[in-house]
Design a protein around this ligand. Structure first.
Ligand SMILES: Cc1ncc(COP(=O)(O)O)c(C=O)c1O
Length: 443
């Protein structure tokens, strides 16, 4: 069973696209179809997909808890992390960090930290979560950091990746002659731009050719040690382009030792073989750069959605069914969770929560959320456009499961109508039951 696609989701926040999953095994639930693959010059070898089918036990255990419930598949997360790290390992000195913005649930973050990941944070609040989780390293960038943020990051030993000339000035006046990183805006060529990619149209980062950036670095005696970028969803070709672009910048700054290429791995991993081919090319480029310049350069990657989304399952109960809505021309099923509050951009696969119901009749329809917002429908695009889903016939009291809910669901959640967020649970193995997870208190 599995993941979903929302290729038209905005970036800067998650764009959810399905990573292909493994073939159907008898002990597993059915899988969705992968995205169609674009043509590529990068040759894909045949490899196991990034995301494996979840075990049936996750769904049988979830029958024992109330709804709405968000269940994380811990072994599934570990398997995807292992595969990603294996792919990245071909690049000398490269490491995988987690975009903490995708999940604030302390136990899930600890699970990721124990797997050996670092964490990228976007606020002092996320910094506290990342430190408590025990991430091996912490990076940060944000568009509106001010003096108190800088002080908190410095106290934690985190070098800040500054986002603007004004940030360079505010930081530089207080902390002259220190190390900094820079978030860099990358002028991606048109061929690498999609509606989920942000190159020259990004509002974040500085242009490295802007003389004001160089003046500010000089004025405050700041030493540039890291380049940091995130361009939304990233194709294999964009990964290679961004590596080339930033290696050229690093060649001009002798103290730069790290390039953080950001997240956006949903599109990168549309086909894992193509992602691996891109990493192999990146490895060659890094090796050649190191040989030419006689110094090491370490890459970082910081996906959020591609690590967690496919491994979160939102269990929800059907509250009412309108078999034929006169306007929508299809059935409208209202459930006890809200797309608007939890999953405004998801294009999930929706299944019967009970695995015993697999193979039952599936029909088109819309799934509406439990708020009084008219457009509270699952699987809407970023402009509110509806796409009908195919899901089991159901009646009030039945349970459905909405897939691909493991990333950004809770961190983006709204409290519209004062409806509480779902309870969160960890699935760990087939033997026990689900373990209830505490949400992080909002300090
Ligand atoms: C700086 C930065 N890094 C990483 C990410 C993670 O992106 P994704 O979840 O698409 O991998 C984001 C998302 O907004 C980001 O802004």
């Amino acid at each position: 069973m599995s993941t979903h696609v929302a290729a038209d989701a905005p970036t800067g926040t998650p764009a959810m696209a399905a990573a292909p999953t493994a073939s159907i095994a008898s002990t597993k639930r059915p899988v969705p179809m992968p995205l169609a693959e674009p043509e590529s010059a990068l040759k894909p070898p045949t490899v196991e997909p990034l995301v494996s089918d979840p075990p049936t036990a996750l769904f049988t255990q979830a029958l024992q808890v109330g709804t709405p419930a968000l269940v994380y598949d811990y072994p599934g997360i570990a398997a995807s992390v292992r595969r990603m790290r294996q792919d990245i390992a071909v690049v000398p000195g490269a490491r995988l960090n987690m975009a903490v913005k995708a999940c604030h649930t302390p136990d899930v973050l600890r699970h990721l930290a124990v797997l050996g990941l670092g964490g990228d944070v976007a606020s002092v609040g996320e910094l506290a979560l990342a430190r408590d989780a025990g991430f091996s390293e912490i990076t940060t960038t944000g568009p509106a950091f001010g003096p108190t943020d800088f002080a908190a990051f410095r106290a934690a030993g985190v070098v800040v990746d500054l986002d603007s000339v004004d940030q360079l000035d505010v930081y530089g006046l207080e902390y002259q002659n220190t190390d900094i990183g820079l978030r860099v805006r990358v002028p991606l060529p048109d061929a690498l731009q999609t509606n989920t990619t942000f190159g020259v149209n990004s509002r974040f980062g500085v242009s490295i050719t802007d003389p004001a950036v160089h003046d500010a670095l000089r004025r405050h005696g700041l030493t540039l040690t890291r380049l940091h970028l995130h361009t939304g969803q990233m194709s294999p070709e964009a990964l290679v382009y961004k590596t080339d672009y930033t290696l050229k910048i690093a060649a001009r700054f002798p103290a730069v030792h790290t390039i953080d290429l950001g997240g956006g791995f949903f599109h990168l991993y549309t086909h894992r073989g193509r992602a691996r081919a891109a990493f192999a090319r990146v490895a060659e480029m890094v090796q050649a750069w190191q040989d030419r310049h006689g110094r090491a350069i370490a890459l970082r990657f910081e996906p959020g959605g591609a690590i967690l989304a496919a491994h979160g399952y939102l269990f929800t109960e059907v509250r009412s069914v309108t078999e034929h809505h006169p306007h929508y021309g299809t059935r409208v099923v209202t459930v006890d969770s809200s797309a608007w509050n939890l999953a405004p951009w998801h294009k999930p696969t929706v299944l019967a929560a009970d695995p015993a119901a697999d193979g039952g009749v599936v029909e088109p329809g819309l799934i509406a959320g439990n708020t009084l917002y008219e457009n509270d429908f699952f699987a809407t695009g970023i402009h509110g456009e509806l796409s009908p889903l195919s899901f089991p016939r159901c009646r009030p009291g039945d349970r459905l499961v909405i897939t691909a809910a493991g990333a950004y669901t809770m961190t983006n959640s709204r409290r519209f109508n004062r409806i509480p967020a779902p309870e969160e649970f960890a699935f760990e193995d087939a033997a026990g039951g689900l373990r209830r997870l505490e949400a992080a208190p909002f300090a």
